[in-house]
Design a protein around this ligand. Structure first.
Ligand code: ADP
Ligand code: ZN
Length: 216
């Protein structure tokens, strides 16, 4: 299974992708996580990306594309993948299409997580992340059972620099300007599945399985 998740910052892409990975034989590839790891370890890629991440701007296409060309040919991708945070520009989408064609691969679905902007802002400002395993929590909507530590691994929870209010606004602006056109791109190709916020008592994963016709 090969899926792309598109959605504004805070739409829940990372949370949904982790749920898909736990249930299906696919790898979750988050470009944001890859960049954060590289920033943490001060690699050459991390040094190039750091400023963009901290200010909520997109990392330039050539850097992201080179990274994804390497990542998608790693052996663990053979069973399928969920892309979380890529493509984020029309140019990235075009290059991805050519990459997949070259390898004879097709996409099963491109899923748009449709969430209202006011909800997204609330979620982002309460978001906390585990420094060790990357698990995502929310002080208001999804607190950790272990308080200010991660309930999965005991790691320290922190607030991402780009989850501060002024940067959130910039990320949403960047999303509207540069990633919205990616939605139209897949819509024109009739590949887009819209996934609305689930009614209470239902998870996003259930909604996705219904909307995209995915089942175990
Ligand atoms: P969110 O979706 O919540 O904004 P991510 O973790 O997906 O957060 O991304 C964090 C940051 O990483 C982005 O603000 C951007 O700087 C960089 N980034 C991630 N994916 C891409 C991409 N496909 N193209 C350019 N920059 C990216
Ligand atoms: Zn953890």
């Amino acid at each position: 299974m090969r899926l792309i998740l598109i959605g504004s910052p805070g739409a829940g892409k990372g949370t949904l992708a982790a749920e898909i990975e736990a249930k299906y034989p696919v790898v979750h590839i988050s470009t944001g996580d890859i960049f954060r790891e590289n920033v943490k370890h001060e690699t050459p890629l991390g040094r190039k990306a750091q400023h963009y991440l901290e200010t909520g701007q997109l990392v330039p296409d050539d850097i992201v594309i080179a990274m994804m060309e390497d990542r998608l040919i790693e052996p663990d991708c053979a069973g399928g993948f969920v892309l979380d945070g890529f493509p984020r520009t029309v140019h990235q989408a075009e290059v991805l299409e050519k990459m997949l064609e070259r390898h004879g691969l097709h996409l099963d679905a491109v899923v748009l997580l449709d969430v209202r902007e006011d909800i997204v802002v609330k979620r982002l400002s309460g978001r906390r992340m585990c420094r060790c395993c990357g698990a995502i929590y929310n002080v208001e909507f999804r607190p950790s059972a272990a308080g200010d530590r991660c309930e999965k691994c005991g790691g320290e929870l922190y607030q991402r620099k780009d989850d501060e209010e002024s940067v959130i606004r910039n990320r949403l602006k960047v999303y509207n300007q540069q990633t919205q056109p990616v939605i139209s791109y897949y819509e024109k190709k009739k590949m887009l599945t819209r996934l609305p916020s689930p009614p209470s008592g239902h998870t996003l994963l259930e909604g996705l399985e219904q909307a995209a016709g995915i089942a175990e």
